[in-house]
Design a protein. Structure first.
Length: 485
């Protein structure tokens, strides 16, 4: 690779852009390497972002500021930035509310050199997922001895492409951009994204062509999730630890290819390398659905799932090791994951969602859960909204009836009381105490799904902020809240 340009995608968030540019200044770059920097600013009503871009001093090569005279919108803006790859050997694309590791450029160079000729790789992620954004549950790729894993999810929180990789997508995109991407093998969370989204098309491209993004095991970018056009508040859901300083020559990256990798995941964050650990008869005919999100239309004869299904169970696994697929790899005993033969009816097994919650949210104390649940109830009913609303103190008696302080909420509906009663009773049973205590609720409105789990065991509480941002850009797609998912 001779010349890899850095392309910054900006829109109407000058402070976010300034923070990203500051992290670029503090990063390490090989001596003598000419690194072009292009800052692409979409049209807005303010010139503040343009001023930040123009004032920034870049010492490692030519700096170009591209000002769009009309507002392109998210999808067209990102596509235009990807097309810049044809002017160089490749590009690193960074949206304005990201922050880069000091070693981000070294990783991008190493990864691009490793996979540029691999037709199975559609792009390079600088970001490491710690959250399954479809399930809203923790994710970690199982360790297979390499510094990378593969995922059939394109990255929008720091990504790199060679010109060949980008053009392969562009060719597919031009043929499919008017088509509905809804399909049994596409996560509902993805297909429901709005028409502003470029990412959903790239994910469908990866699925259709059996390609992957290569991901690092430690992140070289992180996402601040700043307030933007389609996000009314900043969120921390997507913040991840970033790698420290790694100078050229100090460390080698050990990358696997797609064939030898034992950590290759589909678009649902499901490990596609578990077949060898399953009973021999089912190895080639099993759909892995440990998160329980796949549509039944995509199932093969055998299904490995956390869901309770009316089929014969031929093998069970526990939920003890982390990450969850390690329980299958090492054949951990238990009754949390079930291997079904869908051609043979059987009694649906019992499942325990409480154990699942405790596995996922091991550091969340009962009082903290109660505070969060009360906040979600109020937010869902639009009783907590304005940032300047005073703190509201809610007392939760042990008998499960929630009373509200005189100066907080005057009107509590019957539904609210019933929901809070069930929650308080559950927490009381957990703590076995006469009084849970006081919970302070401060208020920013969130865009989240109902906080009560479906007590049949299929749906769980969302402990995050509720907004899954596809991109940190100020003109970001209005990705579905958990309501939409």
């Amino acid at each position: 690779m001779d010349q890899i340009a850095i392309v910054v995608i900006a829109y109407n968030r000058p402070q976010s852009l300034l923070r990203l540019l500051d992290s670029l200044t503090n990063a390490y770059y090989p001596d003598g390497l000419d690194i072009p920097l292009i800052i692409s600013v979409d049209k807005s009503d303010s010139t503040d972002t343009e001023s930040v871009a123009n004032d920034y001093v870049w010492e490692h090569g030519e700096k170009t500021v591209r000002l769009h005279e009309t507002n392109l919108g998210l999808r067209k803006h990102v596509l235009s930035c990807g097309d810049i790859s044809n002017e160089y050997d490749g590009v690193i694309m960074l949206e304005d509310d990201l922050y880069v590791s000091p070693s981000f450029y070294m990783y991008a160079l190493a990864a691009m050199n490793r996979v540029r000729l691999d037709k199975k790789v559609g792009g390079i992620s600088l970001y490491n997922h710690r959250l399954n954004v479809h399930a809203r549950e923790p994710f970690e790729a199982v360790d297979d001895g390499y510094d990378n894993y593969y995922l059939q999810i394109a990255s929008s929180w720091g990504q790199a492409f060679s010109a060949e990789q980008w053009n392969a997508f562009r060719e597919w995109y031009e043929e499919n951009k008017e088509k509905d991407i809804t399909a049994d093998n596409v996560p509902v969370n993805v297909s429901s994204w709005s028409e502003k989204s470029w990412l959903k098309f790239f994910i469908k491209y990866l699925i259709d062509t059996d390609r992957y993004f290569i991901y690092p095991r430690i992140s070289f970018t992180t996402n601040f999730g700043d307030e933007g056009t389609h996000a009314d508040k900043g969120v921390n859901d997507l913040q991840v630890p970033i790698a420290g300083m790694r100078r050229y020559g100090q460390i080698d990256f050990h990358f696997s290819d797609t064939e030898e990798s034992g950590a290759r995941y589909d678009s649902y964050f499901e490990n596609m390398c578990l077949g060898s650990r399953l009973p021999e008869a089912s190895r080639d005919e099993t759909s892995v659905d440990l998160y329980g999100l796949k549509q039944s239309g995509s199932y093969k004869r055998y299904v490995l799932s956390c869901k309770s299904l009316p089929y014969r169970v031929i093998q069970t696994y526990g939920r003890r090791l982390r990450p969850i697929d390690a329980n299958v790899l090492y054949k951990i005993e238990g009754h949390d994951f079930f291997l079904y033969d869908t051609q043979k009816p059987g009694k649906a097994p019992e499942t325990n969602t409480v154990d699942k919650y405790m596995y996922n949210y091991r550091a969340l104390k009962a009082k903290e859960m109660l505070a969060l649940i009360n906040y979600r109830i109020l937010a869902k009913l639009h009783l907590v909204k304005a940032k300047d609303r005073p703190v509201q103190t809610i007392r939760i008696p042990a008998e499960g009836v929630r009373t509200v302080g005189e100066n907080s909420i005057d009107d509590m509906t019957a539904m609210q009381s019933e929901t809070a009663g069930v929650v308080a009773a559950d927490i009381e049973a957990m703590e076995n105490t006469d009084m849970i205590g006081e919970v302070s609720v401060t208020g920013d409105q969130t865009d989240a799904e109902g906080i009560m789990a479906d007590r049949s065991g299929e749906a769980g509480p969302d402990m995050g902020s509720g907004m899954i941002s596809e991109t940190g850009n100020g003109e970001q797609d209005d990705l579905p809240s958990d309501d939409a998912v």
